[in-house]
Design a protein around this ligand. Structure first.
Ligand code: PEP
Length: 215
């Protein structure tokens, strides 16, 4: 398969033993794994060449009295190379607004993390509010809410049309995310504008990920 990016997002799932099961594929060139925070240094110790994304970062920088928070600077030190910002689950369950996401994006850039910034159907407003004052290139992930975890995917024509509109606003690499699995991945990776996929549920299954990486 092409060398388009495959990013697995384990969300609040996974375990030390599952990570061990994944050890043989952790350093695949086009694979990035978005891990729960405690697994980040652990994955590095299993395979120093693994490319790791954190799933979020704090609105605060550096170190400080912010119980429970993990800063972008800390994530960088612990072994993350990327960070996901603005995932729809953060927006929905943690009420993340444009000003919060904007701070996170700026902190992540200052920490020299690469950003995987997620937008949904409401991408025009999201980009306007979340990326105010940001002029660095970031990877965007188009993840329609209707497709996340539902098994219902948009047509490739729809994804092409929306990603074209996104590219007109922000010309960068774009990923598609929403119910991607080993059976439909080639449809999405075949779309001209799509530089990779963000995979949730299916990324917890080793066989699924292997066939996505090797097909
Ligand atoms: C996601 O976590 O961003 C996602 C798209 O999840 P799923 O693949 O399970 O729909």
């Amino acid at each position: 398969m092409s060398k388009k990016l495959i990013i697995g997002n384990w969300k609040m799932n996974g375990s030390i033993s599952l990570l061990h099961d994944f050890s043989e594929i952790l350093d695949k060139e086009n694979f990035i794994i978005a891990l729960p925070y405690p697994l980040i240094p652990f994955a590095k110790s299993i395979n120093p060449n693994v490319k790791i994304a954190a799933q979020d970062c704090s609105i605060f920088r550096g170190k400080g009295a912010y119980t429970g928070e993990i800063s972008a600077d800390m994530l960088k030190e612990f072994g993350a190379e990327y960070v996901i910002v603005g995932h729809s689950e953060r927006r929905e369950f943690f009420n993340e607004s444009g000003s919060i996401i904007n701070k996170k994006v700026k902190n992540a850039l200052l920490a020299e993390l690469k950003i995987i910034y997620c937008v949904s159907e409401n991408f025009e407003n999201q980009i306007k509010n979340d990326l105010e004052g940001v002029d660095t290139n970031i990877i965007m992930a188009y993840e329609p809410i209707s497709a996340i975890g539902t098994g219902i995917t948009p047509s490739t024509d729809d994804v092409f049309a929306v990603t074209t509109r996104i590219k007109n606003l922000w010309d960068t690499k774009i990923l598609y995310g929403g119910s991607v699995n080993s059976s439909n991945i080639s449809d999405f990776l075949g779309i001209e504008n799509v530089n990779g996929v963000l995979v949730g549920g299916a990324s917890l299954k080793l066989d699924e990920v292997k066939s996505m990486l090797w097909d």
